[in-house]
Design a protein around this ligand. Structure first.
Ligand code: ADP
Ligand code: CDP
Length: 223
């Protein structure tokens, strides 16, 4: 059976970057479940689906023409013929994704697709690292290794700001604060699961460098 690693964490905890490094270390595949919620949000906005119409958005989730690269060195996301790899990271999408992700019909549809993808990628590549908000608890609770990455709000805010603005001066921090804090709150019905379940190892990366976080995650995976 393929080796499955599940990683969860809030925004800016380092789950994407650390998961990609772990997948590269294992020489296997990578699945970003958050990218699926983002791609669905992009597609609804693009095709004029009203995000408050829960049934319409859930139907869009079931029909989403999604293709994702499982290569940790080259993450890419296609919706139909559109390469949305960059477009799904804009603040326009970040501001709306929680409304899509808290739709129960959406969650059921995407969780099912995520389980299928973990099986397909794992069978093809021997291992898969899947990351998100509910991978350790709902999508792949039987994964071989399950990690919860956490970090203080200040650390997560600083990282996002550097990522989006290149530096973390006061003005840039304030611009990002709204986005990070608001999404934490909007995600709270999803993120209440972001407490380590039984058998899930918590790594608090607040005081770690990126390299230290990767080393700690690899140590857990190789143990
Ligand atoms: P998430 O997927 O949880 O939102 P990302 O991995 O996308 O987080 O972003 C985390 C950012 O923070 C990256 O740019 C990463 O290089 C940086 N970073 C700084 N310190 C750390 C650390 N200790 N662990 C993980 N990432 C860190
Ligand atoms: O990288 P960041 O944490 O900022 O976001 P992401 O992982 O791309 O996830 C974007 C959004 O998708 C989150 O804010 C959640 O609303 C949703 N999500 C979810 O509900 N369940 C998951 N397994 C992954 C993401």
């Amino acid at each position: 059976a393929p080796f499955v690693v599940a990683v969860d964490g809030p925004s800016g905890s380092g789950k994407s970057s650390v998961s990609r490094a772990v997948a590269a270390h294992l020489g296997g595949g990578y699945l970003d479940t958050g990218a699926m919620y983002r791609a669905l949000t992009w597609w609804c906005l693009e095709s004029g689906v009203d995000l408050t119409d829960l049934d319409a958005v859930a139907a869009a989730a079931r029909d989403l023409p999604l293709a994702m690269s499982a290569d940790p060195a080259e993450p890419g996301v296609l919706v139909g013929d559109d390469d949305v790899t960059e477009a799904i990271r804009t603040s326009q999408i970040s501001a709306r994704v929680s409304a899509v992700a808290t739709n129960p019909g959406v969650r059921v549809a995407l969780q099912e697709q995520q389980r299928d993808l973990i099986t397909v990628i794992g069978d093809e590549q021997g291992s898969v690292v899947a990351e998100g908000r509910d991978v350790t608890t709902v999508v792949a609770p039987d994964a071989d290794v399950r990690l919860l990455l956490t970090a203080s709000e200040e650390a997560r805010l600083r990282r996002r700001t550097v990522e989006l603005h290149g530096a973390a001066d006061e003005q840039a921090l304030e611009a990002t604060r709204d986005e990070v804090v608001r999404r934490d709150r909007d995600d709270s019905s999803v993120s209440q699961f972001l407490v380590a379940a039984d058998g899930v190892l918590t790594l608090d990366t607040s005081e770690m460098t990126f390299e230290e976080s990767v080393a700690a995650a690899i140590a857990a995976v190789d143990a």
